[in-house]
Design a protein. Structure first.
Length: 90
Protein backbone atom coordinates (compact mmCIF):
# COMPACT_ATOMS: atom_id res chain seq x y z
CA UNK A 1 0.00 0.00 0.00
CA UNK A 2 2.90 2.37 0.53
CA UNK A 3 2.96 5.04 -2.17
CA UNK A 4 0.69 7.49 -3.95
CA UNK A 5 -2.75 6.51 -5.19
CA UNK A 6 -5.19 8.47 -7.37
CA UNK A 7 -8.98 8.15 -7.14
CA UNK A 8 -10.41 6.23 -10.08
CA UNK A 9 -14.00 7.33 -9.42
CA UNK A 10 -15.22 5.60 -12.59
CA UNK A 11 -14.51 2.28 -10.86
CA UNK A 12 -16.18 3.05 -7.51
CA UNK A 13 -18.71 0.40 -6.53
CA UNK A 14 -20.81 -0.78 -3.60
CA UNK A 15 -19.79 2.19 -1.44
CA UNK A 16 -16.07 1.60 -2.06
CA UNK A 17 -13.66 4.19 -3.45
CA UNK A 18 -11.17 2.73 -5.93
CA UNK A 19 -7.63 4.11 -6.26
CA UNK A 20 -4.94 3.36 -8.82
CA UNK A 21 -1.22 4.12 -9.05
CA UNK A 22 -0.34 7.45 -10.64
CA UNK A 23 0.89 5.77 -13.83
CA UNK A 24 -2.55 4.22 -14.55
CA UNK A 25 -4.16 5.29 -17.86
CA UNK A 26 -6.98 7.39 -16.39
CA UNK A 27 -9.65 8.82 -18.68
CA UNK A 28 -9.68 12.64 -18.86
CA UNK A 29 -11.14 14.35 -15.78
CA UNK A 30 -11.18 17.88 -14.45
CA UNK A 31 -9.44 16.79 -11.27
CA UNK A 32 -8.83 13.75 -9.14
CA UNK A 33 -8.43 13.25 -5.42
CA UNK A 34 -5.66 11.07 -4.12
CA UNK A 35 -4.13 9.46 -1.07
CA UNK A 36 -0.61 8.55 -0.04
CA UNK A 37 0.51 5.95 2.46
CA UNK A 38 4.03 6.68 3.69
CA UNK A 39 6.29 4.06 5.23
CA UNK A 40 6.56 6.07 8.48
CA UNK A 41 2.80 5.74 9.12
CA UNK A 42 1.87 9.15 7.73
CA UNK A 43 -1.28 9.28 5.62
CA UNK A 44 -1.82 12.16 3.17
CA UNK A 45 -5.24 12.83 1.72
CA UNK A 46 -5.13 15.03 -1.38
CA UNK A 47 -8.39 16.85 -2.04
CA UNK A 48 -9.40 19.31 -4.74
CA UNK A 49 -9.66 22.72 -3.12
CA UNK A 50 -10.72 26.20 -4.18
CA UNK A 51 -9.94 27.01 -7.78
CA UNK A 52 -8.99 23.36 -8.31
CA UNK A 53 -5.84 23.86 -6.20
CA UNK A 54 -4.78 20.70 -4.38
CA UNK A 55 -5.18 20.59 -0.59
CA UNK A 56 -3.22 18.12 1.53
CA UNK A 57 -4.52 16.82 4.85
CA UNK A 58 -2.28 14.73 7.06
CA UNK A 59 -3.30 11.77 9.16
CA UNK A 60 -1.96 8.41 10.27
CA UNK A 61 -2.36 4.85 9.09
CA UNK A 62 -1.56 1.62 10.84
CA UNK A 63 0.87 -0.87 9.30
CA UNK A 64 -1.84 -3.52 9.58
CA UNK A 65 -3.42 -1.65 6.67
CA UNK A 66 -6.88 -1.53 8.14
CA UNK A 67 -7.39 2.09 9.26
CA UNK A 68 -6.39 5.50 7.88
CA UNK A 69 -7.36 8.92 9.20
CA UNK A 70 -7.74 11.95 6.97
CA UNK A 71 -9.74 15.13 6.55
CA UNK A 72 -12.96 13.31 5.66
CA UNK A 73 -12.80 10.74 8.45
CA UNK A 74 -11.41 7.28 8.73
CA UNK A 75 -11.07 4.68 6.00
CA UNK A 76 -10.97 0.91 6.04
CA UNK A 77 -8.73 -0.74 3.45
CA UNK A 78 -10.98 -3.41 1.94
CA UNK A 79 -8.71 -4.66 -0.84
CA UNK A 80 -5.12 -3.90 -1.82
CA UNK A 81 -3.17 -5.26 -4.77
CA UNK A 82 -0.07 -3.93 -6.50
CA UNK A 83 -2.13 -1.71 -8.83
CA UNK A 84 -5.55 -1.27 -7.15
CA UNK A 85 -6.68 -0.08 -3.74
CA UNK A 86 -10.24 -0.09 -2.43
CA UNK A 87 -11.22 2.05 0.56
CA UNK A 88 -14.46 2.23 2.53
CA UNK A 89 -14.65 5.78 3.94
CA UNK A 90 -16.48 6.01 7.25
Amino acid sequence: MVGRWTHSFEEDHDGLSVYRRDDFAFPPARGRRGVEFRADGTFVERLIGRGDAPEEHLGQWEPSGVVARGATGSALVVNATADRLELAWQ
